[in-house]
Structures are given as structure tokens and as C-alpha cells.
Design a protein around this ligand. Sequence first.
Ligand SMILES: [Zn+2]
Length: 391
Amino acid sequence: MYRGKKVTFTASKEVITKLLACNRTSADIWNACLAASKQHHIRTGTWINQTQLQQAVKGKFPLHSQSVQAVCHKYLFSRDSAIQSKKKGITTARYPHRQKRYFNTKWVDKAFTLHPNGKIELSLGIQNGKRVKPLVLFAKNLPTGDIKEIELCFDRKLYLSVTYDDGQVAKPQTGTYGAGVDMGEVQAIASVCENGEGILLSGRKLRSIHRLRNKKIAQLRRLMSKCKKGSRQWKKYNRAKQYILSKSDRQLRDGSHKITKAFVDWCIAQSIKEMFVGDVGTVSKGTKKKQKLRRRERQKISNWNVGQQVQYLTYKCQAQGIAVTNVNEAYSTQTCPVCHQRHKPKGRMYRCRCGYVSHRDTHGAKNILSEQLYGIFTPIEEKNLTYLRVA
Ligand SMILES: [Zn+2]
């Protein structure tokens, strides 16, 4: 299975300067993609395709040809996702348009060479008919496994993001039960299994990291707005801002890993075969007026990094032979499974006039599950509920 790892490295000052230049060149390629795409659209009224785009940037930049192509791929990927989103009616989706100053450079396949002592050679390809001397750097904690891609990233300093195949084969599906999964902010994960077991994993710690981060960033933004952009004081605040961002990012990633790990362990213990995850992507949609009203709420949602959590959950489940299916979660938190009336729950419990009562968070998970199992919201007996607080 493919996995990613952040790898630090050492290199000579000269190489570091060249590496930084690589990411500036990649930004130039990105900007060239924007320009080529725009021109193509003006001239023909259609979208530029992969061959045409690659032709437009080929041989014009001092990087390995595959590194140039990688930027094109990223451009095409983000453009196509924007097209898809627009088709789905998400009006806020935008085509790639922003000019960049830095862009991660990627080395794939034959563009890099690895040596057993941790030496890495990154090729700059052939320029003007001559092979350019590769960039040499040294890494200590390279992952063991088949390395597929190396990406040069920057977060307060340069590092490598390495994609590799760990050689593990996903376990076959062995479980028996289905489970409904509802992701939220207060309860990071709420799930109920067909066998009647339920679990709640708290997300309060992640939320408090988010809140503290937002508060500090807002403070620094205010301070920065008072001084001249690029001045010494401004730079000082900017460094502090970058520090807070990268630190909180690390903490949040770590927390998401712990939560999803604990959840997958529970799933294995319950012998779960397939989980149905409520599609949270639909939460931030709505009419313009609604969006305005819900600004605060939307901010909450954008802070709560559910995409990352779903991603972590999916790959951990696949490794354990548990299938993950995204399902539409419309009204699952509002509808009563007994009388099918809709109303918003107040407080931590969901109470219906017909007498039905459930924990608010597992209520959604139960509805998601019953709809998948029986095609209709119907009560699922909950025998036992486990509370877990891991991060
Ligand atoms: Zn009811």
C-alpha cells in the first residue's frame, strides 16, 4: 500500500539555494500552465488537454522533464476537480487561477537515485543537450520500502515528502457486520455497529487546538496589519505565524491519526465488514442567504478538518480489510426513525414527541446504518456504548 512520509535532509548551502530555485521554477511552470490554458480557451473556446498543455511548457524550464509534467498533472487535476464540483452545483468552486511564487517540485521514477547510505540524487534532466549535474542531498530517516515519488516541500524549512509502497497487501475482508459512521466536531467519530455496539470518540481536544490556533493567528494578523509589509517587525510576526501554523498542523495530524487508529481497533474487535460514512461534504452547501447566516458555523466546519480524518480512516480500514462507503447523510441527524418526523435535536439527546430517545451523536450513525441495511430509517437497538478519549 502507498504511504507518505515527511523526511528531513542535509545538503550543502549551494544545493539548498538550487533546491529553492527549483520550487520557484515549478511556480513559473504553474503560472505558465495558467497562461497557456487561458490563451487556449480564448482562442478555441475549449479546455486545453494534457498533450497540448505539456507541449506548451515542454523544454522551457531547467527541471527534469517529469518534474515539469508533474506540475501539469497537478494543474489538470485541480482544474478537473473544479469542473466536477461545478457540475455538482457547488457555486463556490473556482478554477485554478492564482499565480504562485513557490510550488513543490516532484521527482518521480527515474528522475531520482537512492543510495544505501541515505544519499539522494535529484536529476535536473538534460538541458541544451547536456545532462545537468544532479543535486545531492542526504537523508537519515528514509522509509524502508519501494520509494515512488519525492516531493520538495517547504514548511519553515525545506523537507521531502516521500511516497512509498510499504509492501503490505491489504487484508482480505473477514468481518461480518455493517456499521454507520457519523463524523462531527464535538464527537469526532460516532459509530454504531449492526451487533448493537456503539462508540463515541471525543473531538474536544482537536477543537481546542483549532480554537487556540485561530485566536493566536487572528492576534498576529491584527499586529501585522499595523506594520509595513516586509518590514523587520512584520517578518518577525510572520515567522511566529508560520511557527504556530506548522505546530498546530502537526498536533492536529497526530490527533486525527490517534482517533482513527483507536476507531479501527474497535471496528476489528466488533468484526466489522463494511462501514458507511455520512458524506460531510454536503454540510457547507446551501443557498446564499443560508450561507451568510451560517458563517460562524461554516468557519467551524472548515476548521474541523474532516477530509483528513476521512482519508486517514479510509487507508487504515483498507489495510485491515474493512470496506468504506461514503453515503448521503441528508436528514439522518434530524429524522426520527420511528415516526419519520424531522426536527432538530436540542442538547445532547435526541428526543421525539413519539417517545423515541437516543444519544444525539449515535442517533445519526444509527440512521445512516439502518438506511443502508434496510433502505429506510428504522430504530436500531443499541446495547452498549463505549466512550473513548484518545486525543
Ligand atoms: Zn418520533
